[in-house]
Design a binder for this molecule. Structure first.
Ligand code: FES
Length: 626
């Protein structure tokens, strides 16, 4: 799908508004009515009303994740750009993109499963083991005599004398309620001491909790920790609410460039997500978020800056400079987190503009103490790659785009029920594995990777990615070749699910970026692929991919299977470690300080290597697992 973005914005400007009238749109299956004013698109108002419609490109009309169907009422004229992506029949059936559609009369729309942004599969757990529990928070249990006419010491003095050197200061907000609380608790309870500051207090039988958060661009995951034993009490993953404005860093940055107020809107959504995570996790163990006394957050640099309300404009512009790189602590209340009033949030350090605390956490949780060089990569819309050898760490980052999360792919969707996650092609036979064993409605990232690998391995496309017309499933759609994964009868949405020539191209761009970045990193450090002892693939996408498929299309170094390790949510593990152990927190600081960032844009050979890696080439280590 080649969408002319310039044409989209010009057409948008010309199309103007929906003539100043207010229009009521009934949104199914949510059964909610939204009111559109002049100039509003359906997506604009859905976002305001918190109705989830997927929007991988952030509403710029360059993906197709916001597809909706007008099922009743006057069908709005299609936008020119919609004619590029929908067949004539689908246009007649009322298919439009929510970000380009401005209804002129009341109507009803259906948001198909592929376009709802709910119930996305998230990867919470990593595979790292345990660390020795020795956190930066000390829990002080107290059972004190109440004041009398003979013992009229002030409350703070009474506590300080009970715990010399451990209760030198009280958080001011905590102190405001402490006098009343401690009397209600009959002078029995606990205090959370952090470097001599009392940050939280509770009655004797209440749990003392900590929260570790992996704040990702598309998903966030949390670990609720018992701060007296170190035990993980509950875990949860949820979709980052910011995804209603896109799902990748570049899209967020472009929103903010157009409208600086968006930074605050995105900050509020990140805070909303973190509060929801805290609330859900506490609900799971029948506790209250106010019992959370410390939080650690590992996020990419953009998420880190948005959560802290720091400027992000310079992050997206060369030379991509972060406003804050050091690990830092903030009062949770200053960030809007509704936990214990005096609690702190520890933000892990960033390495560079596009290598953030999440990668530091990944490095912390990964096994890097081996003799041979190790590559550690976290694949996403932006891919961070580090080469670790003998205590040296060199990191690069490359924009791999949203294809691995279903974005910029005509049938792409997030990893939710109905997403094809595995594809096998043998001759004319095709088999699919669909999340939730449902009828397929689209393809998630691992499915996208699989289908391209299978098309290549089965000879349906050549080594340059060109589809061959001889295969029975290759059809001409809008004058371009496309491979049919499910026809209209087999599809769960009523529309055929196809993988187009342009989709293959988008995946080639993403995989070439990753492989070229790996090549340049190895070269910069004086190694070849054969020198690598291990390639660690972290992150949600990396957890679900088939390494054989990634090898088949040349996305990963050409090494035997046993040198690859898929470690799940290592960033979450790293965030957890920094909550459970003060020593691990310091180790994360050391890792960030030790890591040398190498800017790929400064490598004169990058574009040449990138061009070479666009093609699919023979790999010596590929063997189809099936
Ligand atoms: S095309 Fe509408 S959100 Fe991307």
């Amino acid at each position: 799908m080649n969408i002319d973005t310039k044409a989209v914005s010009e057409a948008e400007d010309e199309s103007g508004s929906n003539s100043g009238l207010s229009v009521r749109v009934t949104v199914l299956p949510m059964d909610q009515v939204i009111e559109l004013s002049a100039g509003d698109t359906i997506l604009d108002v859905a976002r305001r009303e918190r109705i989830r419609i997927a929007s991988s490109c952030g509403g710029h009309g360059t993906c197709i994740t916001c597809a909706i169907q007008v099922t009743d009422g006057e069908i709005p004229e299609p936008h020119d750009a919609d004619r590029q992506v929908f067949s004539e029949r689908r246009i007649e059936d009322g298919w439009r993109r929510a970000c380009l559609t401005r209804p002129v009369a009341d109507c009803t729309i259906l948001v198909p499963p592929r376009s709802t942004a709910a119930a996305v599969r998230t990867q919470v757990d990593g595979q790292a083991g345990e660390v020795e529990f020795a956190p930066g928070i000390e829990v002080l249990h107290f059972e004190l005599e109440a004041p009398t006419l003979e013992d009229f010491r002030a409350d703070d003095l009474r506590i300080q004398e009970a715990f010399p050197g451990k209760a030198d200061r009280f958080d001011a907000r905590l102190l405001a309620g402490f006098a009343e609380d401690v009397r209600r608790w009959k002078w029995r309870g606990w205090l959370a001491s952090r470097d001599g500051e009392i940050v939280a207090a509770g009655p004797i039988d209440a749990p003392v909790l900590g929260l570790a958060v992996d704040l990702g661009t598309t998903n966030m995951s949390g670990f609720l920790i018992d701060m007296q034993s170190g035990e993980v009490l509950a875990t949860e993953g949820l979709e980052n609410p910011q995804t209603m404005f896109g799902g990748d860093l570049i899209t967020y940055a472009s929103h903010i460039r157009r409208n600086p107020e968006m930074a605050d809107e995105l900050r509020k959504l990140a805070v909303e997500g973190a509060n929801r995570l805290a609330g859900d996790l506490c609900d799971a163990i029948d506790a209250a978020p106010e019992q959370i006394v410390e939080v650690t957050v590992a996020g990419n640099t953009m998420m880190h800056h948005l959560l802290l309300g720091l400027p992000v404009k310079q992050l997206a512009l060369s030379p991509f400079i972060s406003a804050l790189s050091a690990a830092a602590d903030f009062k949770a209340r200053d960030l809007g987190l509704m936990i214990a009033p005096g609690a702190y949030v520890h933000m892990l350090a960033n390495i560079a503009g596009f290598v953030g605390g999440d990668h530091v956490a990944t490095l912390l949780a990964s096994e890097i103490d081996v003799e041979k060089p190790v590559i550690i990569m976290d694949i996403g819309t932006n891919t961070e790659i580090s080469l670790v050898q003998a205590g040296n760490i060199t990191s690069v980052s490359c924009p791999s785009g949203p294809a691995f999360e279903g974005g910029n792919i005509s049938a792409g969707m997030r990893a939710a029920v109905g997403a094809i996650e595995l594809v096998r092609i043998k001759g004319d036979e095709l088999s699919l594995k669909v999340i939730g064993d449902a009828a397929p409605v689209g393809l998630c990232g691992s499915g996208v990777l699989d289908v391209v690998a299978q098309l290549y391995l089965a000879g349906v496309c050549d080594n340059r990615g060109r589809l061959r017309e001889e295969h029975s499933r290759v059809r001409l759609i809008n004058e371009k070749r496309a491979f049919v994964l499910a026809d209209e009868e087999a599809s769960g949405s009523g529309a055929a699910i196809v993988f187009t020539q342009d989709d293959i191209r988008n995946l080639q761009l993403a995989k070439a970026a990753i492989r070229a970045a790996t090549d340049i990193l190895l070269d910069e450090c004086g190694y070849t692929e054969a020198d690598l002892g291990k390639v660690v693939i972290a992150g949600a996408f990396g957890n679900y991919i088939d390494v054989a498929s990634a090898l088949a299309i040349g996305m990963l170094p050409d090494l035997p299977f046993n040198r690859f390790a898929q470690v799940g949510n290592a960033a979450g593990d790293g965030a957890r470690f920094t909550l459970q152990s003060k020593a691990q927190r310091q180790l994360a600081v050391d890792i960030a300080a030790r890591a040398q960032y190498f800017e790929l844009a400064s490598a004169p050979t990058f574009m040449k290597v990138f061009g070479k890696r666009m093609n699919f080439t023979e790999t010596t280590n590929i063997k189809n697992k099936d």
